[in-house]
Design a binder for this molecule. Structure first.
Ligand code: AMP
Length: 430
C-alpha cells in the first residue's frame, strides 16, 4: 500500500483523531484515504472501488468519527456500517476503536453466532456507531432494540461480496428503515452491473473513487499450476507440504464438507490445521483465525469466505485445492498472500483436466500464461483408491455458468447464499 504526499494534518481531522492515527503509527494517508476523506467530510455520497489492504476502512471510519464528533450527541445510532461477514464487521469495529482511542464515541459490532445478551446490553446503553452483518442486525431491529431515526452516515462495505452471498433482500429491508436524508458510502472491489444498479438506487450524485485497477495481483506473487488427476490431488498436496518450506499455508476448498474432511486428514498426518467456513460458530472461527495468525497452526483450510477481507500477514502459500469458478475469485484468494510492499508469496493450484478451461479464463484475465509444474518423483499414474474417496461428495464447478450458481456450490459463500433466502433463519448464528 503506497503512501501519498498528502499529510493527515492537511485533511483537517479532529486533533484527537490525529492522535489516534499517530498512535497506530500511520504516517501518511493511503491513496483511498487521501481521496475519499475530503469528499466524505464535505457530505458527499461516495463509491470507493478498492480492495482490502488499501486502507479503505480508515478512509470511511475517520471522516465518520470526525462528523459525529461535530454533530449533536443523540440517543440513537448515528452511523451504520454493513459488512458481509462477521470477521469483516469485527475487523472494522476493531479498527474504528483503535482510531477513536482518544474520543468518546461508542461503537459495537453486531453479528450472529454469538450470544445476543452482550449485544443487547451495548444497544441498551446506547451506541453511536454499529458495524454489523445484516441477519443479526435485522433480528435486533425487529425486536425493537435499534432505532435509526438519528442515522447520519450509512456504509455498505464489500457490497460485491454481499450480493454474491445473497444479502440483497436483507440490504433492502434495512434501507427501508433508514431515514431518507443521510450520507451513503459504498465500497466494492468491482462495479459489476448488478452492483451498479444497487448503487444507483442508493447513492445521490456520488463521487466515484477508483484505486488501482480493480483486479490486480501483487508483484511478488508466483503462480504455479499443478496438473494432477482429481483422485491424486490430496497425495500431491501432501507431497507439496512435505517437500517445500511452506510456513503458513491457506488452502481453499470449494465446499465446507470437504474443508472439514481435508483438515481431519491433514491432522491425522500430524499437521496442525485451522478450519474456517460458514458452518463454524463464531467462537470456532475466531479461534481458527487466531491460531493460524499466530502461527500455532501452520495450515488453514477454508472456503471462499476467507478469500476476501481477511487480513493476515505472512501467509507464505495459498493453495487452491480446486480452481475457483471465476478469475475474480482466483485473484481474491491469491491476494491473501504476498501482502504488503516487497512481500512475496506462492499461489499453487491443483488442477485436473476438467478444470483447465477455468485456468484458461484466469490466464486471459491476468493476461499471462501460468507456469505448469510437475513433481519429478510423484507417481501421476497411481490408480484411484476404492470408493471412500472424497470425490463422491465433491462438487465441481460448471464452466461459464452464472456466477451466483458457482458461489452457491456449497462453499462458505454458497451456504450464505442459500441461507440468504431464509432471512430470519439464523444465517449468521450457525
Ligand atoms: P484495510 O484496507 O482498511 O483493511 O487496511 C489494511 C491495513 O492497512 C490495516 O492493517 C490498517 O491498519 C493499515 N492502514 C490503514 N491506513 C494506513 C495508513 N495510512 N498507513 C499505514 N497503514 C495503514
Amino acid at each position: 500500500m503506497e503512501p501519498t504526499e498528502v499529510s493527515f494534518d492537511s485533511l483537517k481531522l479532529h486533533p484527537n483523531l490525529l492522535k489516534g492515527i499517530h498512535s497506530l503509527g500511520f504516517i501518511r494517508p493511503t491513496p483511498i484515504q487521501a481521496q475519499a476523506i475530503p469528499h466524505i467530510l464535505a457530505g458527499r455520497d461516495l463509491i470507493g472501488c478498492a480492495q482490502t489492504g488499501s486502507g479503505k476502512t480508515a478512509a470511511f471510519v475517520l471522516p465518520i468519527l470526525h462528523k459525529l464528533l461535530h454533530s449533536h450527541l443523540k440517543k440513537n445510532c448515528r452511523s451504520l456500517i454493513l459488512a458481509p461477514t462477521r470477521e469483516l464487521a469485527l475487523q472494522s469495529m476493531d479498527h474504528l476503536k483503535a482510531l477513536s482511542k482518544f474520543v468518546h464515541l461508542r461503537g459495537t459490532a453486531i453479528f450472529g453466532g454469538v450470544p445476543m445478551q452482550p449485544q443487547i446490553k451495548d444497544l441498551e446503553r446506547g451506541v453511536d456507531i454499529i458495524s454489523a452483518t445484516p441477519g443479526r442486525l435485522l433480528d435486533h431491529i425487529y425486536a425493537g432494540r435499534i432505532d435509526f431515526a438519528d442515522l447520519e452516515v450509512f456504509v455498505l462495505d464489500e457490497v460485491d461480496r454481499m450480493l454474491d452471498m445473497g444479502f440483497l433482500p436483507d440490504i433492502k429491508s434495512i434501507l427501508r428503515l433508514l431515514p431518507h436524508k443521510r450520507q451513503n458510502l459504498v465500497f466494492s472491489a468491482t462495479l459489476a452491473p448488478d452492483i451498479r444498479r444497487l448503487v444507483d438506487e442508493i447513492l445521490k450524485d456520488p463521487v466515484v473513487i477508483q484505486i488501482g485497477r480493480p483486479q490486480t495481483v501483487a508483484v511478488g506473487l508466483r503462480h504455479a499450476i499443478y496438473p494432477v488427476p482429481r483422485h491424486l490431488k490430496t497425495d500431491l498436496l501432501l507431497e507439496l507440504l512435505h517437500g517445500q518450506k511452506m510456513t503458513s499455508v491457506l488452502i481453499f476448498s470449494r465446499t465446507k464438507h470437504f474443508a472439514d474432511k481435508l483438515a481431519s486428514m491433514l491432522e491425522r498426518r500430524g499437521l496442525k490445521v485451522s478450519v474456517l467456513h460458514g458452518d463454524r460458530s463464531q467462537g470456532q472461527r475466531l479461534r481458527a483465525l487466531e491460531s493460524f495468525r499466530q502461527g500455532r497452526n501452520q495450515i488453514m483450510v477454508a472456503t471462499d469466505i476467507a478469500a476476501r477481507g481477511i487480513d493476515i500477514d505472512n501467509i507464505s502459500h495459498v493453495v487452491n485445492y480446486d480452481i475457483p469458478a471465476t478469475p475474480e475469485d482466483y485473484i481474491h484468494r491469491i491476494g491473501r498472500t504476498a501482502r504488503g510492499e516487497d512481500a512475496t508469496g506462492d499461489a499453487f493450484s491443483l488442477v485436473d483436466r476438467e478444470e483447465e478451461p477455468l485456468v484458461k479464463d484466469i490466464e486471459r484475465a491476468l493476461k499471462q500464461t501460468l507456469p505448469r509444474v510437475t513433481l519429478p518423483d510423484f507417481d501421476y499414474k497411481k490408480s484411484a483408491p476404492p470408493k471412500t474417496h472424497h470425490e463422491s461428495h465433491h462438487q465441481r464447478p460448471s464452466h461459464h455458468g452464472p456466477r451466483r450458481n458457482h458461489s452457491g456450490g456449497g462453499g462458505g459463500g454458497g451456504s450464505q447464499h442459500r441461507h440468504g433466502r431464509d432471512r430470519r433463519g439464523n444465517r449468521e448464528s450457525r
